[in-house]
Write a protein that binds this ligand. Structure first.
Ligand code: AHG
Ligand code: MN
Ligand code: MN
Ligand code: MN
Length: 332
């Protein structure tokens, strides 16, 4: 059936979305439209990022977000662009954003979908020209249409995602996403303003020799994490840590490896946010044959309690995640 039909590399995102639309009976085109809205915002944000040194949008915005972080101007700009695109697209009723304390009502009360988004991931890297990203997660609303979405619509476990993806604004800009039928990567051609299928049906290597963790916090790693990092060194792994989750994740997805953000003294519950960092990447990595957990529990099965809750993240090649989990299980 057409699912198995490997669309030729070079297919545009629009054509790919149309051809794949039959995959989900639920949507009569709304999810397709939603994905197009996200792609549009990504093109706009990409252009702003590429000019950020030239127009006055580098640096701090002068405000702290609910995370206690100093918002960068591009954090705020990306947030505005994605929320506006989702509002104008009409398919999304409610949004969770890293940059907004409370859930955002778009006014599209007939919208069937809820989105959780990290509009700009890797903010500390914006002004130093290092790859950054956007991460998004899409859920079907639970409450009936005709009114605003509520917390029950927003705080669904990762297993309920209908789609998830990320944009990486790197040496090239890519959109990588899944709707539950495999993972596909699209590369942006700015001169045409189009995303083209460049990485069809991404499968992540079952193991790897790269580990990504901020060893600056190693004094407060748990014994199992210390043991796993030591094992990586004994096996002569390469340490690669960019400081942008999307960039570290994307490299490991394609080449194999593991990314860990464990509980530390500074971040006792981990640093990364469940709804718009861990869950979307966990959906993608599982669709690509990899694994994601908080060290004990499958990320996608964590029952969310609040919008911005954090959880430890062990994500990447299946065998490496399982080795880390085994060492954590042996902790005294
Ligand atoms: P964000 O910029 O969206 O707040 O996310 C930053 C995250 C993630 O991108 C990155 O891997 C991690 O923070 C880096 O944290 P440390 O600087 O503590 O290592
Ligand atoms: Mn982030
Ligand atoms: Mn962010
Ligand atoms: Mn942030």
């Amino acid at each position: 059936d057409h699912n198995k039909l490997a669309l030729p590399v070079g297919t545009t995102l629009d054509r790919f979305i149309m051809r794949k639309q039959e995959d989900f009976p639920y949507a009569t085109g709304e999810l397709s439209q939603l994905l197009r809205d996200i792609a549009l915002a990504a093109k706009i944000v990409n252009r702003e990022i590429n000019r950020s040194g030239l127009i006055d949008i580098a640096g701090a915005y002068g405000n702290r977000n609910v995370q206690g972080e100093d918002q960068q101007k591009l954090d705020v700009i990306a947030n505005i662009r994605f929320i506006r695109a989702l509002r104008n697209g009409g398919e999304v009723c409610t949004i969770i954003s890293e940059e907004d304390d409370d859930i955002i009502q778009t006014g599209n009360n007939q919208g069937k979908y809820v989105v959780a988004i990290d509009p700009l991931d890797g903010s500390s890297n914006i002004d130093v020209n290092v790859s950054i990203g956007t991460i998004f997660s899409i859920y079907r609303r639970i409450s009936p249409t005709g009114r605003e979405g509520g917390s029950a619509d927003c705080l669904q476990p990762g297993t309920h995602q209908v789609a998830a993806g990320y944009v990486i604004y790197g040496s090239s800009t890519m959109l990588v996403y899944t709707t539950g039928n495999g993972v596909n990567g699209f590369t942006y051609e700015p001169s045409l303003g189009e995303f083209f299928l460049s990485h069809p049906n991404i499968q992540t290597p079952k193991t790897g020799t790269v580990y990504s963790i901020n060893e600056g916090s190693s004094d407060s790693f748990s014994p199992g994490v210390v043991a796993f990092v030591q094992q990586c060194k004994t096996e002569k792994f390469s340490a690669r840590y960019i400081g942008s989750l999307v960039a570290d994740f994307h490299r490991n997805l394609l080449k194999g490896g593991i990314y860990i953000y464990p509980a530390t003294a500074k971040t006792p519950g981990g640093k990364l946010r469940l709804m718009y960092e861990c869950n979307p990447l966990a959906f993608i990595v599982e669709q690509a044959g990899g694994k994601s957990s908080n060290g004990q529990q499958r990320t996608l099965e964590i029952e969310p309690q609040t919008c911005h809750e954090r959880c430890p993240l062990f994500i990447g090649s299946k065998e490496l995640v399982e080795q880390a989990e085994a060492l954590l299980a042996q902790e005294k």
